[in-house]
Design a protein. Structure first.
Lengths: 229, 263
């Protein structure tokens, strides 16, 4: 075997090293191939780390989201005040910080249902930091900030805008209904106006429910008002 | 022997490999199973409110990569087992074809099998996405393309390991091990750069980092939501060149070992 036989593979090896250097210095590589922040995962950091290194980060984030939905759907977990939902959500967004839906759904749950207002605001801010182009998150942040300051009119304004968007969490419609009830008590002089708004929402929820629970919720309120038998 | 004749012989071996794989029942069952799982993702998406379309496509990507890998491994196992253990190889090598040509033919044939499998699976996913009104942009094709590059590279170094190893099982286990290590490289660098890592461990890890093929470069499915618009075309060209060079080196090494192998 002569030296000539090794010339081509040696040239290929050299070119390979140059290619590796070029790839590692490319803007795309620097932007997308960062060290994985697995320590930010709250519930199962090791499991989250393993999912990431196996090359199925996004898929596992989807499966963890399904798990979180099942957790929220189980009425038994209400006893512990859904305390696992935030760690679960942190694991999901650690795996995929660009998965926008959990930011919306979990922050809404934390803010309005579990009264963890600061956590919800911190969570949605983290979402905005990672997804600056997804403007809907800013809308939710505005709603939370106004709600925290008890500016319910601005909360209604922001939630109404969010509800008008396609693919909003169905829970948001029930939250809007609850805010109308609060406003009826807070502003007795405008009670009729808020009642009219609430009825309009409940009728819409009853006739075109985003999920079965919304229909039940609307039906209950419409029956209380005597508008439904 | 002219270049054209050698090329025809390589293609003849490739065609034979493709035909063998298509006729083989085990591979067909694996293929049907993959299609069933892709169809099954329609049920999974119901459990994922707010992310239905995304889940469906992500399950599709995972199925394509996993079943692509299993198809490659199983096809190599079946073909090599039949050739070596059942002595079919002796008959083939009595024909006027060099051992390098034979190995290249097997590589091309297995690549055809892989591309056929991936094409059918991606067409089905595209069909499901079309029916479900899920928006699939050009990045979908680029993800599948990058996935194919990684799996073609897997074929090349598996053939090389089988040629080097004394038995088939060792070659396949080693190859699967390299496939796993190759996916770790994205995080290996962080461990090397960590000041707390001992120097000896750093050296070993650096050796693994530079020698093992970096499969995370081909993993665009995990980067798809991080990028707005189409993936950088320059990056796609770079990883294509990377895969081509690595494949060439693996096949060169494999052919050298296969030439010297006692059958």
């Amino acid at each position: 075997m002569t030296l000539k036989n090794y010339l081509l593979p040696a040239a290929a090896l050299l070119l390979l090293l140059v290619t590796v250097g070029t790839i590692e210095n490319s803007a795309f590589h620097k932007r997308n191939y960062k060290t994985f922040p697995f320590k930010e995962a709250k519930k199962e950091p090791f499991y989250v780390f393993l999912s990431s290194i196996s090359g199925f980060r996004i898929l596992v984030a989807d499966f963890l989201w399904m798990d979180a939905v099942q957790y929220l759907g189980d009425i038994e977990n209400q006893k512990e005040n859904y305390k696992q939902i935030y760690p679960k959500a942190k694991d999901i967004i650690t795996l995929d910080p660009n998965f926008t839906y959990p930011y919306i759904a979990v922050s809404g749950m934390l803010f309005f249902e579990l009264n963890q207002k600061d956590t919800a605001i911190e969570f949605i801010k983290y979402g905005i930091k990672n997804n600056p182009g997804y403007w809907q998150l800013s809308l939710y942040l505005a709603a939370y900030t106004y709600a925290k300051d008890d500016n319910l009119r601005m909360v209604v304004h922001n939630i109404k805008s969010a509800v008008s968007l396609e693919n909003h969490p169905p829970m948001l419609e029930r939250i809007l209904g609850s805010i109308y009830i609060k406003l009826m008590k807070k502003e007795p002089q405008n009670k009729d106006f808020w009642l009219k708004e609430a009825v309009k929402l409940w009728v819409e929820m009853y006739e075109h429910p985003s999920e079965p629970l919304n229909k039940e919720y609307a039906e209950k309120h419409l029956k209380e008002l005597g508008l439904l038998k | 022997m002219t270049e054209k004749q050698s090329f025809k012989k390589i293609l003849a071996v490739a065609q034979n490999t493709l035909n063998e794989c298509i006729r083989h029942k085990v591979l067909n069952i694996l293929f049907v199973f993959a299609l069933a799982l892709i169809g099954g993702s329609l049920l999974i998406e119901e459990l994922s409110p707010g992310a239905q379309g995304r889940t469906l496509i992500n399950v599709g990507y995972a199925n394509m990569e996993l079943f692509g890998f299993f198809t490659v491994m199983l096809a190599i196992f079946i073909i090599t087992f039949e050739e070596f253990e059942m002595r079919n190889l002796w008959l083939s090598l009595t024909k006027p074809i060099s051992r390098t040509g034979y190995l290249l033919g097997k590589f091309v044939g297995l690549t055809f099998v892989l591309l056929l499998t991936l094409s059918v699976m991606s067409l089905i996913i595209m069909g499901i996405a079309f029916l479900g009104k899920i928006d699939l942009n050009f990045n979908y094709l680029l993800v599948v393309y990058a996935m194919s590059l990684g799996l073609i590279l897997t074929i090349a170094f598996t053939l090389a390991f089988i040629s080097i190893a004394t038995n088939l099982t060792t070659g396949l286990i080693f190859s699967a091990f390299i496939f796993l290590i190759g996916h770790l490289t994205e995080h290996l660098q962080a461990i090397i750069e960590n000041p707390k890592t001992p120097v000896a461990a750093k050296s070993v890890l650096a050796l693994v980092y530079y020698l093992a093929p970096n499969f995370s470069l081909f993993n665009l499915k995990d980067k798809v939501y991080m990028n707005e618009g189409t993936f950088d075309p320059a990056y796609i060209l770079q990883i294509t060149l990377y895969a081509a060079l690595y494949t060439f080196l693996a096949l060169w090494l494999g052919s050298k070992a296969f030439k010297k192998k006692e059958l």
